[in-house]
Ligand binder design. Sequence first.
Ligand SMILES: Nc1ncnc2c1ncn2[C@@H]1O[C@H](COP(=O)(O)OP(=O)(O)OP(=O)(O)O)[C@@H](O)[C@H]1O
Ligand SMILES: Nc1ncnc2c1ncn2[C@@H]1O[C@H](COP(=O)(O)OP(=O)(O)OP(=O)(O)O)[C@@H](O)[C@H]1O
Ligand SMILES: [Mg+2]
Ligand SMILES: [Mg+2]
Lengths: 254, 254
Amino acid sequence: MTTIIAITNEKGGVAKTTTTLALGGALAEANHEVLLIDLDPQANLTLGLGVPPAKVRRSIADVLLNSANLLSVSRETGIAGLDIVPSNAEMSMAERFLPVRQNYEHILKGVLSGPLNYEYVLLDCPPSLGAVTFNALTAADFALIPTQPEYFSAHGLRSLMGAIRKVRAQNNPDLAYYILITMMDRRNRIHRALKEQLQSTFGEGLLETIIEIDTKLRESTIAGTPITHYNPQSRSAQQYRALAEEILRNAQAE
Amino acid sequence: MTTIIAITNEKGGVAKTTTTLALGGALAEANHEVLLIDLDPQANLTLGLGVPPAKVRRSIADVLLNSANLLSVSRETGIAGLDIVPSNAEMSMAERFLPVRQNYEHILKGVLSGPLNYEYVLLDCPPSLGAVTFNALTAADFALIPTQPEYFSAHGLRSLMGAIRKVRAQNNPDLAYYILITMMDRRNRIHRALKEQLQSTFGEGLLETIIEIDTKLRESTIAGTPITHYNPQSRSAQQYRALAEEILRNAQAE
Ligand SMILES: Nc1ncnc2c1ncn2[C@@H]1O[C@H](COP(=O)(O)OP(=O)(O)OP(=O)(O)O)[C@@H](O)[C@H]1O
Ligand SMILES: Nc1ncnc2c1ncn2[C@@H]1O[C@H](COP(=O)(O)OP(=O)(O)OP(=O)(O)O)[C@@H](O)[C@H]1O
Ligand SMILES: [Mg+2]
Ligand SMILES: [Mg+2]
């Protein structure tokens, strides 16, 4: 049984990639088999695991645009239980060329429908609500939505909720979602106020786990290693482990 | 004589919108006539000036996709010398439908080619390198590139430089660029290291002005007012005034 999680938010810079890396690390560390898929032409997930995107010849773009086999493009990361399907600049063609195909929103779901030797597939999405993100939402069991406790981020959730409703109506009726507060600074008055607002607006839809600002997360991206393996004792490693546990609990409760 | 500035970076959350708002405020305060254009479907620039995007009936999408007149869509902001052409969710159609037109990269340049009663036009771009951003780069005199002194942001400049070279070769030979360090935390070791690296890589291409972290900028977006008018004595208001002066000096030196 494979659980597919789309890590998405149209708002830029809210820790989508950082969350994909860290959650992937935490799940792999807990002995789950995990596949990370980089859907962003920026290829930050690929870079964050130490793979230079400029050297990636075959990427997720070949799978989505040229019917390449997913597993032939995936590669090991050096972390036990954690594989990646990398991205590269070719993915910038996807927004333009996916929509010309019949049922284009189902392409990724089709690719992921075969038997996969992974318990979790994490999809790192670009900061947009275009063809690529709709593919991810159509394929996903649930959307994990990292959000900074800031005004533009909180406001942006409105259009994402609209996109989720649309995907539920057209392609994926069981699509669930969880919102995750990231980059929180507990000393900041606006962050505390917006956290309260998110809790009262979303209730159960907001995860209890909160990820706080931690510069060790910046260091881990430079080191090309998930925080759980780069600095296992750090506060953010513990917080992302708590996130993995909360997600596992929610999945079982379903 | 109108100077057109594209505020752009594929990397999300690097203060493109915040910079457009604050630089616009600083230029208007110095008695220049300024037009802000929101090219992002998130419509954060529109929201940051207190206009709810959900209530915007005619937006920049009508100008780009339905040949509406630019000035008929623009509106006053309540700040003397500062007007805005708002965005709304319709702009999400632009990435998909602009490319089907003949010479689609020149549409915005055409719209801005008539005599405009503005000395500066600032274009707030979405976090992508698609049809909308290529339109902005084709129309612009120069690109202003906000960048956080962080690993993913610094790495992302590579693909943006490639896009600028391409636009220079095909559509806009005189396109210049300036990189602006934003959201800088001077106490942070990685920020200091990456600032040095950006200085040695880009030399003259990196502006001397640096924008530091300042929570008053977050407050100003909630208030719907540029920082120069929301809290004129704040450090970030001073830094954005210094940015306006540096840009004016560079423009004269050209
Ligand atoms: N909890 C945190 N503490 C400190 N820095 C963080 C934290 N989470 C993320 N960052 C940093 O903030 C920046 C933005 O994070 P990231 O790139 O993961 O966001 P994103 O949503 O994937 O961005 P994009 O929209 O461009 O894809 C990165 O430089 C990252 O290293
Ligand atoms: N110097 C600063 N100090 C503190 N907060 C800042 C600063 N600059 C921007 N911010 C905040 O950081 C967040 C990201 O900024 P902003 O939304 O302007 O970036 P952007 O590049 O336009 O994002 P997107 O890629 O989504 O369009 C916002 O919540 C903004 O209020
Ligand atoms: Mg990312
Ligand atoms: Mg923006």
